[in-house]
Design a protein around this ligand. Structure first.
Ligand code: NAD
Length: 252
């Protein structure tokens, strides 16, 4: 797919990977519908993208809310006249062991922390993917959906909730690719390792250092290295139903 002038919906675009995708795509003359719950930070990203004379708009939306997501895709289609690409990127963590003993007391992962991560990462990806495909089918056009999974999809300590969502996102990618290929729509995913964003900055420093020691390249990834994988999926018209692992060689 040619990138220039295509309309991209990017969720979680106020910071981290989503922000980098937006800025890198703006540099390639894409048109941007940027989505996040954090309105203020999102508008700053829109400003930096618009500076390169690119049409970029902000949409304050909670991806876990069905009616907000339906309204989002209707509005984006009205504002831009069409939609070509979805990057399903918004995500959160609420880490903790499933059950443990501390000072003789049992502690467990709360249902609220389980549900919050399921709602944003899994249900949010499902809702945005579904509404994106509806728009493409209505307009009888092709397009590309890119889901952001994670190295944690294979099972990571302290992340029952997150792992379940990222495994779900990876397998939905395969399913959607099979279902949508007949309409000329491709679906791919990226499973990043530990990338230098605000999400990873929140990890305790000593824990982060131990993680870096395990990475064969001995460093965190840079967000631009995940953008590179986005460009690969966009530009390779034979790529669908697969997950790119970009993780410095780490296995967890
Ligand atoms: P981040 O925390 O820096 O940014 C996530 C963005 O999503 C934030 O701007 C946040 O406001 C937004 N968001 C959260 N909940 C939302 C909601 N309900 N609706 C709309 N927006 C919402 O995270 P990041 O590191 O940039 O991660 C981006 C994606 O990549 C996530 O799906 C994450 O799971 C995945 N990922 C990140 C890493 C990493 O090392 N950083 C590794 C693997 C996968």
């Amino acid at each position: 797919m040619e990138i220039e002038n295509k309309v991209f919906v990017i969720t979680g675009a106020a910071q981290g990977l989503g922000k980098t995708f937006a800025q890198d795509l703006a540099a390639r003359n894409a048109r941007l519908a940027l989505v996040d719950v954090n309105k203020e930070a999102l508008e700053q990203v829109v400003d930096t993208c618009s500076k390169s004379d690119i049409e970029a708009r902000s949409y304050q939306v909670n991806v876990a809310d069905e009616s907000e997501v339906e309204a989002l895709f209707n509005q984006v289609s009205k504002d831009f006249g069409t939609v070509d690409v979805l990057i399903n990127n918004a995500g959160i963590t609420r880490d903790g062991l499933i059950a443990r003993i501390k000072d003789g007391e049992i502690r467990k992962m709360s249902l609220a922390n389980w549900q919050a991560v399921i709602d944003v990462n899994l249900t949010g990806s499902f809702l945005c993917g579904r509404e994106f495909f509806v728009k493409l089918l209505e307009q009888k056009k092709s397009g590309v959906c890119i889901n952001i999974s994670s190295i944690s999809r294979s099972g990571n300590q302290g992340q029952s909730n997150y792992t379940a969502t990222k495994a779900g996102v990876a397998e939905m990618t395969v399913t959607w690719a099979k279902e949508m290929a007949r309409h000329g729509i491709r679906v791919g995913a990226i499973a990043p390792g530990y990338i230098n964003t605000e999400m990873v900055a929140a990890i305790r420093e000593d824990v982060k250092q131990k993680i870096i020691e395990q990475i064969p390249t001995r460093r965190l990834g840079d967000p631009s290295e995940i953008s590179h994988s986005v460009f690969y999926i966009l530009e390779n018209d034979y790529f669908t139903g697969r997950i790119i692992e970009c993780d410095g060689g780490l296995r967890i």
